[in-house]
Design a protein around this ligand. Structure first.
Ligand SMILES: NC(=O)c1ccc[n+]([C@@H]2O[C@H](COP(=O)([O-])OP(=O)(O)OC[C@H]3O[C@@H](n4cnc5c(N)ncnc54)[C@H](O)[C@@H]3O)[C@@H](O)[C@H]2O)c1
Length: 386
């Protein structure tokens, strides 16, 4: 049995709790949350051991792995503490608000040989995995353009008092919604080299953006657009869709199905037929031990448990791949603010360059303030008067 702990028992943590408690090869040993009534209720009705201080839980319990599902600004410090206790870590997305910090944690996990995974669950949706198989198999010929979209109803009125409404806590549509779409671009096509025309608009929120639009530029001349809007209640829950155009056809994928149009099947390295082929999630998905919110949430925890049991640290969604996603989000923030890319932005911190014992700066500097978009405003003002 893999001995697991869980930190954070909110919306996402409670989902993880249900999945972890029913996993046949895992034992949920202890949970931690700072909200008293949450842990009191859990202790009363489930009998699981509860903590209000995660550091104490890490010290007192011999955990194999921990799942971290706290508001995003806490991720970095909690991940570091868990890794330093020699505990394998599954952390919710977005990984870290500062990609440099995230890179140092990825290095630390690698140096310690610990399993590391981030909750980009779309990588476990069977339709997106099928899309990867088709793209990697050359179904589209030379791919030249894509579109990644994510819509859903999170912020539908001006008043919003949770951490999601606060920039410094990791709130906003970029981290909450667009990060999933960025991660899918990275997963399916590779990391963009640069971004342009980024728009971070508010609709109802005061401190964070509610919609995100940008153009992404990838190696080999591939371009794409990203669009995310979390104030969109024509969708009952978050809906993510990707479309790809290539010299040999077109592919559209969402969590429900893949729609593939192929001009010439012979150019691909996998068997295909000409014209349209549809595949549905019902036919593509493997059975899960416990079904909650789709197969992907269970599949990613199952993947984490299996990785711990086998010692295989090469998970589908590692800290390193999540840092790549954080890097693109950071590029989009700089682009929207009219700030230049720092010289080392694409490579960032060289692997292994940070001290293993201290992967984080002092906690006060963990969350970098977002700089005001003055340069962009000045440029626009100058353009207006000239
Ligand atoms: N993958 C997904 O689809 C998905 C969906 C929702 C949320 N998330 C991510 O999951 C994380 C949590 O989001 P949420 O919606 O569950 O938030 P939430 O506000 O519903 O829950 C957060 C919980 O963390 C607890 N907490 C706060 N500080 C703590 C501390 N120091 N120690 C222990 N517990 C603490 C809070 O009391 C609360 O119960 C975020 O990073 C978010 O981006 C991912």
């Amino acid at each position: 049995m893999v001995r697991l702990g869980l930190i954070g028992l909110g919306k996402m943590g409670v989902s993880h709790l249900a999945i972890m408690r029913t996993h046949p090869d895992a034992e949920l040993v202890a949970v931690c949350d700072t909200t008293r009534y949450v842990i009191d209720t859990l202790a009363k009705y489930t009998g699981v051991e509860v903590y209000s201080d995660y550091k104490r839980m890490l010290r007192e319990k011999q955990l194999d792995g921990v799942v971290i599902a706290t508001p995003s600004r806490f991720h970095a410090e909690m991940v570091r503490d868990a890794l330093e206790h020699g505990v394998h870590v599954f952390c919710e997305k977005p990984f870290c608000l500062d990609p440099d910090v995230g890179q140092r944690l990825a290095d630390l996990a690698r140096q310690r040989g610990l399993v590391n995974q981030v909750g980009y669950h779309y990588r476990f949706v069977s339709a997106f995995r099928e899309a990867k198989r088709l793209i990697d198999g050359g179904a589209l010929g030379r791919l030249h353009h894509f579109r990644a979209e994510a819509y859903g109803p999170v912020v539908l009125r001006p008043k919003n008092s949770t951490w999601r409404a606060s920039k410094s806590e990791g709130g906003g549509c970029l981290y909450d919604y667009a990060s999933h779409a960025i991660d899918l671009v990275n997963f399916l096509l590779g990391e963009p080299e640069r971004v342009g025309g980024t728009v971070l608009n508010t609709i109802f929120s005061r401190d964070v953006e509610d919609e995100v639009y940008a153009t992404l530029f990838l190696a080999g001349g591939v371009t794409g657009q990203i669009a995310a809007n979390w104030s969109e209640d024509s969708h009952r829950k978050m809906s993510t869709k990707m479309s790809f155009w290539g010299t040999n056809g077109r592919l559209t994928v969402d969590r429900q199905e893949t729609q593939l149009y192929v001009r010439d099947p012979s150019v691909a390295s996998i068997p295909l037929k000409a014209g349209w082929t549809m595949s549905y999630t019902t036919g593509l998905s493997e059975n899960q031990a416990f079904y909650l919110r789709g197969e992907e949430y269970s599949a990613q925890i199952d993947h984490f448990v299996r990785a711990i049991a086998s010692g295989d640290t090469d998970t589908v969604s590692t800290f390193a791949t999540a840092v790549a996603t954080d890097r693109v989000a950071a590029m989009m923030k700089r682009d929207a603010a009219g700030l230049p890319e720092p010289a080392a932005a694409s490579g960032l911190v060289a692997s292994g360059s940070a001290a293993v014992s201290s992967p984080l700066p002092p906690s006060a500097t963990l969350v970098r303030p977002v700089r005001a978009p003055w340069p962009a405003l000045f440029r626009r003002a100058r353009a207006l008067v000239s």
